[in-house]
Design a protein around this ligand. Structure first.
Ligand code: GTP
Length: 294
């Protein structure tokens, strides 16, 4: 794998209503080279569909957690979490299908507000009849003047080269996040840190979640149990105090909530050890590098 300065790597978050063809697109884009991280990875909150690594780039595709389910009970908090996961992306693919009309603009507006480049994708254009597609492109440009629709058919593999080209044009120069040979281990650590990070978002208020980063420093799996050590980084001492809470109550609750989800996810008993560390102004450093332990 080439990790010279010309290597591009980044995260592509896919949003869209159920059934618009997100999974089909993933399969089409990753094709033979698709590296499914693990069956388990498909069920996590921050799902990773696939990673494609070539000589000069690595694209990590994932979808957003529960974005299109308005009945979710912790809606508001999830929105915050989703917002964060959008901000962490390098590119957002906002996918609609040919027949779709503009109904609820919450998600597409949120995608826009995240400041991340949004590629607006119209899928299933193989079903086009007459002027339907050109009409639809005009329609979407009226509805959302800031988008430049890209027409594709995931099923018939139409328009994918252009889409990929556009994705790559937005990816930064960056070494690969996932070394191919360590895919599984890395992904399990990644999923673990995502689950802990989600609990931080649910439990703490205001700027705390945004100032926190989770690094899984050790992940040891035995037959019966997985032993995990995680470091939670905050920016200031005062934040460390808040994370830990009175008599360690808050961090204890965080550990319980995270462990419950981790056990459900990995299907094994989990021993989770957390350490809170202060890393002054880490956000001004290489945020993503830290997260992935580089
Ligand atoms: N005609 C046509 N059908 C497509 C295309 N892409 C996907 N489909 C079909 O649309 C249906 C839904 O596709 P999925 O890829 O499962 O959609 P999804 O967005 O991942 O769905 P969820 O997992 O429910 O969110 C399937 O029957 C696909 O075969 C396309 O480009 N053209």
């Amino acid at each position: 794998m080439n990790d010279s300065n010309n290597f591009k790597a980044g995260f592509v978050t896919i949003m869209g209503k159920p059934n618009v063809g997100k999974s089909t697109l993933m399969n089409a884009l990753t094709g033979e080279k698709l590296s499914i991280i693990s069956k388990r990875a498909q069920t996590t909150r921050h799902r990773i569909f696939g990673i494609i690594t070539t000589d000069d780039h690595q694209i990590v595709y994932s979808d957003t957690p529960g974005t299109l389910d308005p009945s979710y009970p912790l809606h508001e908090r999830m929105m915050t979490f989703v917002k964060r996961s959008l901000e962490d992306a390098d590119v957002i693919l906002y996918m609609v299908e040919l027949g779709e009309k503009h109904q609820d603009n919450t998600w597409v507006e949120m995608a826009k507000k995240s400041g991340v480049p949004v590629l607006f994708v119209i899928n299933k254009v193989d079903l086009n009849k007459g002027s339907q597609l050109t009409d639809k492109i005009t329609y979407w440009k009226e509805q959302l003047p800031w988008v430049e629709p890209i027409a594709v058919s995931a099923l018939e593999k139409m328009g994918l080269a252009e889409l990929e080209e556009q994705i790559l044009s937005h990816l930064p120069n960056h070494p690969p996040y996932f070394p191919e040979d360590e895919l599984t281990d890395k992904s399990e650590r990644f999923i673990t840190s995502e689950i802990i990070r989600e609990k931080i978002f649910m439990q703490y208020k205001q700027e705390i979640p945004y100032s926190s980063e989770v690094v899984v420093s050790s992940f040891k799996e035995d037959e019966q149990i997985i032993r995990i050590s995680a470091e939670i980084y905050v920016e200031r001492n005062s934040q460390k105090g808040i994370i830990i809470g009175k008599k360690g109550e808050a961090i204890k609750n965080l550990g319980i909530a995270a462990r419950k989800d981790l056990e459900e996810f990995f299907g094994k008993q989990i021993h989770l050890e957390t350490m809170v560390k202060v890393e002054k102004d880490w956000r001004n450093n290489e945020l993503k590098l830290k997260r992935f332990g580089y």
